[in-house]
Ligand binder design. Structure first.
Ligand SMILES: Nc1ncnc2c1ncn2[C@@H]1O[C@H](COP(=O)(O)OP(=O)(O)OP(=O)(O)O)[C@@H](O)[C@H]1O
Ligand SMILES: [Mg+2]
Length: 310
C-alpha cells in the first residue's frame, strides 16, 4: 500500500477577478519510506497542495475535489476532530518559513512540549528528540533568537517528527539557509526519515538539492503536475518540455556559457492558456497543444508526462 496517495486533487481561491485554480487535478503517490520531491516555479501551487494534503486550506481557499489517502484513511472525508488527531501523529509538515514562525517569547523545548500536548500526548523524551535532529544538549532551554537559522529549522523538524508520523511534508525546509547548513539540515532530515521509516514529500526549487536527496521527482506547472519520474531518469532524459528547460537552465560545470532561463512568464492561474498551460512558452507547441489539455500518461515504466508529444 502507498504511504500517501493523492487522487484528482483540486484547490482554488475565490478572487474578485475570477477563480484561481492553484491545484488542478493532481494525482500521485508516495511509497512507504520513499523520498519524493516536488519542484515548480513560484506560484505553481506547491505550498497550496501541501496545505490541502494537511487539510489546512483556509478561506478564500477551498478543496474542490479529490481524495487524500494516508494509508487507508481518506483524509478528505475526515471530520475536523479526526483530522486534528491525524495531523502530526500520521502526517506532519514543516511549513514554508516555519523557522520564523517559532514563538519568540517561549523556550523551544516548551514549544515542542506544547505541540505534543496539543495532540493529546504527554510530553516526554524531548532532550532525546532534540539530539535526534542534531541539536546540542541544553537547546530546550533556549529562545529562538539564541539559535542559528539551521538550529531553528532543526527545532521545526523535531516538532514535525515528535509523534513519529508515517509521512512528512517539508516545504522548502532549507531555502533560507546558506549552502553548507542546507546540506547538514538535509542530512538530518534523511536520518530522521530513515529512523521513522517515513515517506517524505520535499518541496523546493533547488534541482541540485533534489538530485542528491529524492528518489522520484514531480514537476508542477501552473497548478498541474506535468511530469513524474525517478530522479536519475528525469535528469538524464526529461520528457516534458518544461522539465527539459528547467534542467537546461541549471548552471553546469561542463558548459559555462550564459545562463539559460525559460522565456516568457508564468501564466495567470485565474486565466490559464487553453489546452496545455505551457504551450505559449513551449518551443515544441503545435495546434493540438492549444486545443487539448494533455493528461499525465505513462511514457515508459514509472515515467509519466503530461505532453502530447513526449
Ligand atoms: N490565501 C490565498 N488567497 C488567494 N490566492 C492564494 C492564496 N494562497 C495562494 N494563492 C494563490 O495560489 C497560487 C499558488 O500559490 P502557492 O503558494 O501554492 O505557490 P508555491 O508553488 O508554493 O510558490 P513558492 O515557490 O513561491 O512557495 C498562487 O497563484 C497564489 O496567488
Ligand atoms: Mg510555496
Amino acid at each position: 500500500m502507498n504511504a500517501l496517495r493523492i487522487e484528482g486533487l483540486r484547490v482554488s481561491f475565490d478572487h474578485p477577478l475570477g477563480v484561481v485554480r492553484a491545484v488542478d487535478d493532481v494525482s500521485f503517490a508516495l511509497r512507504p519510506n520513499e523520498r519524493f520531491g516536488l519542484v515548480g516555479e513560484s506560484g505553481s501551487g506547491k505550498s497550496t497542495m501541501a496545505l490541502a494534503i494537511m487539510r489546512m486550506i483556509r478561506p478564500p481557499g477551498h478543496i474542490d475535489g479529490g481524495d487524500i489517502l494516508l494509508g487507508d484513511t481518506n483524509l478528505s472525508t475526515l471530520s475536523g476532530d479526526a483530522i486534528r488527531r491525524t495531523r502530526l501523529a500520521g502526517i506532519a509538515m514543516v511549513p514554508q518559513g516555519s523557522m520564523n514562525a517559532l514563538n519568540p517569547v517561549m523556550r523551544v523545548g516548551a514549544q515542542v512540549a506544547d505541540a505534543m500536548r496539543d495532540h493529546g500526548v504527554q510530553p516526554r523524551d524531548i532532550d532525546q528528540l532534540m539530539a535526534r535532529v542534531g541539536l546540542p544538549a541544553g537547546t530546550v532551554e533556549k529562545y529562538p533568537h539564541e539559535l542559528s537559522g539551521g538550529m531553528k529549522q532543526r527545532v521545526c523538524i523535531a516538532i514535525a517528527i515528535c509523534l513519529r508520523p508515517t509521512v512528512i511534508i517539508a516545504d522548502e525546509p532549507t531555502s533560507a539557509l546558506d549552502v553548507v547548513v542546507q546540506r547538514q539540515v538535509m542530512r538530518t532530515l534523511a536520518v530522521v526519515q530513515q529512523d521513522l521509516n517515513a515517506a517524505i514529500l520535499l518541496i523546493g526549487h533547488d534541482m541540485g538539492l533534489m538530485a542528491q536527496f529524492v528518489d522520484r521527482l514531480g514537476v508542477m506547472y501552473a497548478g498541474r503536475l506535468v511530469e513524474i519520474a525517478p530522479i536519475a531518469e528525469i535528469v538524464r532524459k526529461p520528457r516534458h518540455p518544461y522539465t527539459e528547460m528547467l534542467i537546461a537552465s541549471l548552471p553546469s560545470m561542463d558548459h559555462k556559457d550564459a545562463l539559460r532561463g525559460i522565456p516568457g512568464l508564468a501564466p495567470l492561474l485565474r486565466d490559464l492558456p487553453s489546452g496545455c498551460a505551457f504551450h505559449p512558452r513551449c518551443p515544441k507547441a503545435r495546434d493540438r497543444c492549444r486545443a487539448e489539455r494533455p493528461l499525465p500518461r505513462e511514457i515508459e515504466g514509472g515515467v509519466l508526462a503530461a505532453c502530447h508529444f513526449a
